[in-house]
Ligand binder design. Structure first.
Ligand SMILES: [Zn+2]
Ligand SMILES: [Zn+2]
Length: 330
């Protein structure tokens, strides 16, 4: 059975696959032994986030670090920087802004920008096929978290599709030192917290909310794009995969949850394409363009949306067929 026969099926069939996942048999990504480094990192960060329950660490100033650095690390770093700018080249900007956004992106402690773009380009090239690094077809938990803990690949193809990015020495430096910005931030937050509260526990609260709670929340929300936005939601386009537009994922990811739109028009700087599909990352790009900091912004092809189809769930024949655009190779 070919990839397309196996995966290009009706919603019901895919739901069955999520409930009873297929064994992972891909050649590029295989299920290996547990990698202890991500397990320790993820566990430690979750424990750190739980420390927010200790009353003596709480202050409103500390709690405010959570939305502030969630916006900086996830909103600007991950979604605007890693995804729409660096991976898909949806717009152009100065080297300074690009590198700044990449630096914000590493605050998520997922990986450096080149590795992240490589895995994501692989995901677009192989969406919900055997070689997709994180498809719910191989289990919802696999697509959400397990692929990052015991997925294995030799990395050759990932490196081949990110040669354009590997030319930037700063990106390569971030690949190597991607934990450093988060560590520096933790020290700065501790200092700011001590200055604001006058106690070590109060200072710790700034680190707990600005680093631990924010990172854990950022992880699970970006992972929801890989899991939930390939399992639940509606489709505007009949793409050759199981991507979905999912409103609650979009709400938690600055607009990234309009994932079926994104799979259909991968280079579009806008992921929200209907009036209710709010997309703060797109609004940010428009703002940058307005003030002259972004140019060559790739617009969505809204004429390909059928105004009468709205929020209907895909059943194949009803949805517009949209051949996915190729991965951009700038
Ligand atoms: Zn996807
Ligand atoms: Zn993408």
């Amino acid at each position: 059975m070919t990839d397309s026969e196996r995966t290009r099926s009706a919603d019901v069939r895919f739901a069955d696959l999520v409930a009873n996942p297929e064994p992972l048999t891909g050649l590029l990504v295989t299920r290996g032994p547990v990698a202890w480094r991500p397990v320790v990192t993820i566990s430690a960060m979750h424990l750190g986030a739980l420390a927010a329950l200790i009353p003596s660490t709480f202050s409103w100033g500390a709690a405010a670090m959570f939305p502030l650095f969630w916006w900086i690390a996830s909103g600007l770093g991950m979604y605007l920087g890693y995804h729409r700018l660096i991976t898909h080249r949806s717009f152009k900007t100065s080297k300074f802004i690009e590198r700044s956004l990449a630096t914000f992106g590493v605050l998520n402690m997922t990986s450096g920008p080149v590795s992240w773009a490589g895995i994501h380009r692989l995901h677009h090239a192989e969406s919900d096929g055997d070689h997709d690094p994180h498809s719910p077809r191989h289990g919802l938990a696999w697509s959400h978290i397990l692929w990052g803990i015991h997925g294995r690949s030799d990395g050759r193809r990932r490196r081949a599709i990110t040669r354009d990015l590997a030319k930037d020495p700063y990106f390569l430096w971030l690949e190597r030192w991607y934990l450093l910005p988060q560590s520096v931030l933790a020290v700065l937050l501790f200092g700011a917290g001590y200055w604001a509260t006058g106690t070590a526990m109060g200072a710790l609260g700034y680190v707990i909310w600005g680093v631990c709670v924010r990172t854990v929340f950022g992880w699970h929300t970006v992972w929801s794009v890989k899991s939930a936005a390939h399992a639940w939601g509606y489709r505007n386009f009949h793409t050759d995969d199981e991507s979905r537009n999912n409103w609650w994922v979009a709400l938690l990811t600055f607009g990234e949850g309009w994932h079926n739109n994104h799979h259909a028009q991968q280079r579009s700087a806008a992921h929200g394409m209907r009036w209710w599909e709010f997309d703060p990352t797109w609004w940010t790009i428009l703002l940058l363009e307005r003030v002259g900091l972004a140019h060559s912004v790739v617009r969505p092809k809204l004429d390909r949306l059928d105004p009468h189809r709205g929020r209907r769930r895909s059943s194949g024949a009803q949805a517009e067929h949209e051949g996915p655009e190729g991965i951009d190779s700038p």
